[in-house]
Design a protein around this ligand. Structure first.
Ligand code: ADP
Ligand code: MG
Length: 492
């Protein structure tokens, strides 16, 4: 019997179709997997169920004693009232108070009653966890378990797990799954969102697959479902590493440094140190990636380097020159360019045409032919240089802002989550462009929250956690993924 039905749900963000006509039941007592590659719409669907977004079309139906009721959640508070709780990749805890106080706040009961509830949750699910410690002393793994205990203590009917286990160490993941299974055996439902197929095959009773916002497959356990079957549904074409890395030991070390930051401190919008003493060096001709769980200072690092946020400590050196106190425009003219995550926000000038945008930071003349060639190479559509940029879709705008780099020949570029808004074909194109820039001796600093993107193109990989670079790797050994994931969560 379904607990909840998603019925003909569609959701767009501007030109991006995040979900298109998705219909799916979540049954009582099942773990249903929601799979899809990055950008396929998983989190959007999860957030619609959780009341973060309202769908453009369609609705969510809840079944109370078998009787369907349309619900229109306009906030997570509404969803929580109806027994739906979500945990995601990033812990949503108040850092300065204890774990148990966090849970007390969430449950909205007296501390005395909260303690009793929490104790019974720990017993029921056989979880060992010290909840008296202040959250900011806990490891990432511990925090995710606090989130789990917090959610379960509420006695939800549906638990949405959006990539919350993706970065946990393997043995801990197994423990987490055991708890989810116990929860469903007691009648609860789990929507398990992941892009990892093996994980889903172990955990889920059924697997739903999204591709570009559409539900393209629904599989039940034991009906011949395998990694291959799910992978075929997830990807229109099997994606590969864009190009082999050239960070062989010989190359590494010989190349000269183009960008360096030292003990950099940059504040977030609330005045907290989002970048807190980070240091890293980028060499000409290499793609250096900074990877971390979302919210560990990536945005502030990028904006600090681009001159959109002040550095309140440390220094930034571009080609042997201290640029720490230069403004954004001066940094561009010195050869440091920035491609933001959201190209509509600061990537392009929307009221200018494609051609005008491409000429914007270019010192000499650029002929119409060159522009036509660039647009063709990048498969920008429509192929009309005189079109105003605001008429293009997000993916095409992102391509324009990267195309500009190719023409303006910077010394170094900082790129933030460049493929987040793109489909697979455009993503691969952008990744080859980054590779192309590096082979033209540009230093590329790729700041990303997507480990697959990073493993695809980077020559060196640095891990950012709580605003510090905590570890770095040369992208040669195939086994680095696990080590990187470990470093990402160690202090997060
Ligand atoms: N708040 C938003 N504003 C604009 N675009 C968004 C927003 N949230 C998601 N998107 C876009 O919608 C698509 C689906 O994103 P998402 O649901 O986060 O995918 P997934 O969780 O599968 O990686 C992507 O193209 C993404 O860039
Ligand atoms: Mg997601």
């Amino acid at each position: 019997m379904p607990f909840l039905s998603i019925v003909n749900v569609s959701k767009r963000f501007g030109d991006i179709v995040a979900l298109e006509d998705v219909t799916l039941d979540i049954n009582e007592g099942e773990i249903i997997g929601l799979l899809g590659e990055n950008g396929s719409g998983k989190s959007t669907l999860a957030k619609i169920i959780y009341g973060v977004y309202v769908p453009d079309k369609g609705h969510v139906t809840l079944y109370k004693d078998g009787i369907p009721q349309h619900v229109f959640f306009t906030s997570p508070r509404d969803a929580i009232k109806h027994g739906i709780v979500m945990i995601s990749q990033r812990p949503q805890l108040v850092e300065e108070i204890s774990a148990v106080d966090n849970i007390t706040l969430f449950l909205g009961v007296s501390p005395h009653i909260a303690r009793k509830i929490v104790e019974s949750t720990l017993n029921r699910f056989n979880i060992e966890l010290n909840l008296e410690k202040t959250v900011n002393t806990l490891s990432y793994t511990e925090k995710q378990f606090v989130e789990l205990v917090k959610a379960l203590s509420y006695k939800p009917k549906l638990l949405i797990v959006d990539e919350a286990t993706t970065y946990l160490p393997k043995d801990v993941r197994v423990r987490f799954y055991e708890v989810l299974k116990m929860f469903t055996s007691l009648g609860g439902s789990v929507l398990f969102v992941t892009h990892k197929i093996p994980e889903a095959l172990v955990v889920c009773d059924r697997i739903a697959v999204l591709r570009k916002g559409k539900l393209v497959g629904l599989f039940s356990k034991g009906e011949g479902v395998s990694i291959d079957v799910v992978r075929k549904a997830m990807f229109s074409e099997i994606s590969r590493r864009v190009q082999p890395s050239k960070a062989v030991e010989g190359f590494y070390g010989k190349s000269s440094e183009i960008l360096r930051f030292e003990d950099l401190v940059v504040l977030d919008d609330y005045g907290r140190k989002a970048v807190d003493g980070a240091s890293l060096s980028v060499s000409k001709g290499l793609i250096v990636a900074v990877i971390g769980i979302a919210g560990n200072g990536q945005r502030e690092l990028c904006e600090g380097l681009a001159g959109l946020r002040k550095a309140v400590g440390g220094k930034i050196i571009l080609d042997n020159e201290d640029i720490t106190f230069l403004g954004a425009a001066e940094r561009i003219s010195k050869g440091l360019h920035y491609i933001p995550e959201d190209p509509f926000r600061d990537g392009v000038v929307l009221d200018l045409t494609i051609a005008e945008n491409l000429r914007l930071f270019h010192k000499g003349r650029i002929s119409g032919e060159i522009i036509a060639k660039v647009l063709e190479d990048l498969k920008v559509y429509p192929l009309n240089p005189e079109l105003k940029v605001y008429k293009l879709s997000g993916g095409n705008v992102q391509k324009i802002s990267i195309a500009r780099l190719r023409l303006s020949k910077p010394k170094c570029t900082v790129v933030y989550n460049p493929t987040r808004m793109l489909d697979e074909t455009s993503s691969n194109l952008v990744k080859s462009m980054l590779r192309d820039l590096a082979s033209n001796n540009v230093g590329v600093l790729l700041v990303s929250e997507d480990i697959d993107e990073v493993l695809d193109v980077a020559d060196e990989i640095a891990v950012i956690s709580r605003g510090k670079i905590v570890k770095s790797f040369i992208a040669t050994e195939p086994s680095i993924r696990e080590e990187i994931e470990k470093a990402m969560t160690l202090y997060a």
